[in-house]
Write a protein that binds this ligand. Structure first.
Ligand SMILES: Cc1cc2nc3c(=O)[nH]c(=O)nc-3n(C[C@H](O)[C@H](O)[C@H](O)COP(=O)(O)OP(=O)(O)OC[C@H]3O[C@@H](n4cnc5c(N)ncnc54)[C@H](O)[C@@H]3O)c2cc1C
Length: 339
């Protein structure tokens, strides 16, 4: 069997490695835009407080995967699929290439979600979703510290899980942080009200200035200064990060007419509306309309799918019990997180 996997996050890499062990004869090709290797996205949240993060975060180099007889094409973007003839088109450094598959695994993950009113200001703010983003922000922080000889002033827009994590990591690293949140409590989707209050107290103990019920009107950058105007006033920062959730990368699936909703719709065997194409990880939307966008269930999906496609599993995928945990310095919820 000739398997192509798009994406080198936990979904794509876990699947590739497990499928390799269960199906020694298969041809496995992993296509990825990345060139750093396979890294831990959860560790991004410690990206400022941990000095040697660029090394620590890499779980496995692509060369190590190649030694496991997995063909890895890095620095390439899959630009189109043709499900009638079962091919993918890739654009790399050199040219466009076409590759055939018997089974295609879409594990393209998710990008940061940018709320529509913010889109005209895209050049004025940063996102925090990948190792590339972290490296860019670390370089910026280093430069500002060097040139201005003072702690950096950050505006974080969004008080969800990742916004709180990055705000707390910057604050414990010595920077000044304001968190502007649209709602009236932090992490309102994951935490009960009591835990949101507890989280607020922890954030404030790190000197984070949390502002609720902020309707952002403009975000404008001029040189090293970014101004944010909200219903509540005018704020000035050295840099602004917008952290307002995630958006599954469904564009390839949409182009080729696979069923999509928020994610790529799959059945309980992770099969899309095309029988030769499967999806897993942040990009897959299960029949219960849920995206299981956390490490534990994604790993479980990937191991399960490798066994299923190697004819070693027949029962459908069932989500494991799991719970999310916010990696905010010094915070522990008293109640279970909501999923
Ligand atoms: C800051 C942060 C902290 C987090 N913390 C936690 C945590 O503590 N616990 C937890 O459970 N979860 C956490 N998550 C969520 C978790 O990291 C994700 O659910 C998980 O990494 C998703 O894995 P994935 O393989 O589906 O997608 P991704 O990791 O997004 O990987 C997708 C891959 O596909 C590649 N790709 C996409 N499109 C193309 C294309 N067209 N051509 C080629 N390659 C392509 C991308 O380059 C990437 O390599 C966190 C996420 C972030 C951003």
């Amino acid at each position: 069997m000739n398997i192509i996997i798009i994406g080198s996050g936990i979904a794509g890499v876990t699947f590739a490695e497990k499928f390799r062990t269960l199906s020694p004869e298969a041809e496995i090709t992993l296509l990825t835009k990345e060139n750093y290797g396979y890294y831990s996205r959860p560790m991004l949240s410690r990206g400022f407080s941990q000095d040697d993060i660029e090394q620590l975060i890499i779980i496995k180099s692509f060369d190590k995967l190649r030694k496991q007889n997995i063909r890895v094409l890095e620095n390439v973007t899959v630009t189109a699929l043709d499900k009638a003839v079962q091919t993918v088109h890739i654009q790399g450094i050199k040219a466009i290439e076409t590759l055939d598959y018997d089974r295609l695994i879409i594990a393209t993950g998710s990008a940061a979600f940018i709320p529509p009113p913010f889109r005209p200001y895209c050049d004025s703010f940063y996102l925090f979703n990948s190792l590339h983003d972290l490296i860019e922000l670390r370089q910026l922080r280093k430069r500002i510290l060097h040139e201005k000889k003072r702690a950096m002033k950050w505006g974080i827009i969004g008080g969800g899980l990742i916004g709180c994590e990055v705000a707390s990591d910057l604050a414990v690293s010595g920077d000044k942080v304001s968190l502007l949140h649209a709602e009236d409590r932090l992490m309102e989707r994951q935490l009960v009200a009591e835990d949101s209050l507890k989280l607020l107290a922890v954030m404030q103990s790190h000197s984070i200035d949390v502002k609720f019920q902020q309707a952002i009107q403009t975000i404008e950058k001029a040189g090293d200064q970014t101004s944010v105007i909200s219903n509540d006033g005018h704020f000035e920062f050295d840099a602004v990060i917008v952290s307002c959730g995630f958006k599954p990368r469904i564009d390839l699936a949409e182009q080729v007419g696979l069923e999509t909703q928020r994610g790529i719709r799959v059945n309980q065997t992770l099969q899309t509306s095309d029988k030769h194409i499967f999806a897993l990880g942040d990009v897959a939307e299960l029949p219960d309309s849920k995206l299981y966008a956390y490490i534990l269930p994604i790993r479980h999906q990937a191991l399960w799918l490798a066994a299923y496609l190697s004819a070693q599993e027949t029962a459908s995928w069932q989500p494991p019990a799991f719970s999310a945990v916010a990696k905010v310095h010094g915070f522990k919820a008293d109640y279970p997180y909501v999923f």
